[in-house]
Every structure is written in C-alpha cells, then in structure tokens.
Design a protein. Structure first.
Ligand SMILES: C[S@@+](CC[C@H](N)C(=O)[O-])C[C@H]1O[C@@H](n2cnc3c(N)ncnc32)[C@H](O)[C@@H]1O
Length: 236
C-alpha cells in the first residue's frame, strides 16, 4: 500500500516530504497526528506500531546514519512545553527562540502561551518542515530559522534535549550571552554545573512514541539561565 494514500496518512501535501523520509528508513512507518498526553498540543509523530517489531541491520544502519528526531516528541520537549503553558506570564509578549526545535513542540507551546514572536531553529531541514506542519496543526505561526548565528535577537532562548552530545555543552554560554533568559530541559545530563544556570527541578516524562528508554532518561531536569552580560555589568 502506498503510505501516502493510506486512510490514516497525512492528507496535507506539506507532510509528504516528511512521510517520504520516514518511509525511506522504515517501509512500514507512517506519521500520525498525535495528541500529547495532558497537553493541548498535537503533533505529526511516528506511529508506534513499527517500533514493536525487530529491525533489520539495514534499518538500524539507516536510523543511526540519519536520525529523524522530529518524528518523536522528546521527554524534555514535553516538560519544557508544559512549563511554558503553565507559566504564560513569563513569555507573554516576548520573542522566544527554540534551539533544536525538532517537531516544534516547545515553540508551539510558547506561541500558545502568548509569546509575540516565536522562532524555531533547527539545522535539520526536515525538522524545519515538521515545525511548519505541526504549527499549522495547532493553529499557530512560527518563524523558521536554520542557523542560530543569523537568527533574530530573542528575549528568551529555550532548548530541550540538545545536550545528548556533550560537545553541545558549549551552547550554554552562547545562549546566556545572546538572550536575557534561558531555559534548558534535559534528561541526559542530570545535573550540569554552570555559573549562570540553576536547576529548577525535575519532572517525569516519556519520549513519544515510547522508545522504551531506560528509567534514567525518563526524568527531565529544567535549568534556568541568566544573561551573562547582565551578570558581568552587575559585578562592576
Ligand atoms: C533530540 S531532538 C529534540 C527536539 C525537540 N526540542 C524536543 O524536545 O522534542 C534535538 C534537535 O536538535 C537539533 N540540533 C542539534 N544541533 C543543533 C544546532 N547546532 N543548531 C540547531 N539545531 C540543532 C537536531 O537537528 C534535532 O532536531
């Protein structure tokens, strides 16, 4: 069966490149519009069914070579989105940049919370397309950007599940230099130490569809960062 004409497949032509990329990796995988648990947000995510079967070596290789992060809603993204929806006063009327937006879940939450301008930034072109499709599914508009260095100036920078590579820890300084306020959510780095960030707490969440990650990755830490330039001025 052609996945694009499956009765439950996405009817929106804008989703076809996303569905195509997914089918290239797993022939039986499809995108389904998925309501996140305890959230008003819905996203085009991977249908969980193919995850229940064994993968061939070739499929494993393809997935590892080109991970399609955007077809999952990562545990950290869910916790950050929930925080934004519960604290709309913190971002209302502000400009917010979601670094490593993936599906766009955090950016969408910020828009729903009343941010004046939301920029979804991702180096992956398919993730940027997913952000557009998912924004439309939630009735919000996002600005899309492929490069943090050329992104518009933001009051807030938020980043969920981007520290999976330790090399990305250097971004913490960059975020705090670029915005007044920063929020980082991560389940991989449990308690990083940084002079401009403080850990606010931890919340349970499960990446969706469920990758059956070990229990240690089902607890998301939230970190709040202050602007580095303000601290430098205060010290004089
Ligand atoms: C694990 S996903 C998290 C997606 C989303 N924030 C969430 O929580 O569901 C990480 C995302 O970060 C993006 N990413 C990694 N390095 C990046 C960089 N230097 N600039 C922008 N995006 C980046 C990847 O392409 C991927 O979409």
């Amino acid at each position: 069966m052609n996945h694009l004409t499956h009765p439950h497949s996405p009817p929106n032509p804008a989703l076809q490149p996303l569905q195509h990329a997914l089918s290239q990796q797993l022939h039986d995988a499809r995108l389904v519009l998925t309501h996140l648990p305890n959230s008003p947000i819905q996203l085009w995510l991977l249908d969980a069914a193919p995850l229940r079967r064994a993968f061939t070596d070739a499929e494993v290789q393809r997935i590892q070579n080109e991970p399609l992060y955007w077809c999952f809603c990562w545990a950290s993204g869910q916790v950050m989105a929930q925080w934004l929806l519960e604290h709309p006063d913190r971002v209302r009327g502000k400009t917010l940049l979601d670094f490593g937006a993936g599906s766009g879940v955090v950016a969408i939450a910020a828009a729903l919370a009343g941010a004046a301008r939301v920029i979804a930034c991702d180096i992956d072109p398919l993730a940027r397309q997913a952000c557009v499709a998912n924004a439309a599914a939630n009735g919000v508009t996002l600005e899309i950007c492929d490069n943090f260095d050329t992104a518009p100036k933001a009051d807030w920078i938020v980043a969920a599940d981007v520290l999976y590579d330790r090399a990305n820890l250097c971004w913490l300084d960059r975020f705090a230099q670029a915005a007044d306020e920063v929020m980082v959510a991560d389940s991989r780095v449990r308690d990083f130490q940084h002079p401009h960030y403080q850990r606010l707490g931890q919340a349970p969440a499960t990446t969706w569809p469920d990758l059956e990650e070990s229990a240690e990755f089902r607890h998301v830490s939230l970190y709040y960062g202050h602007a580095i330039r303000i601290a430098a001025t205060d010290s004089h």
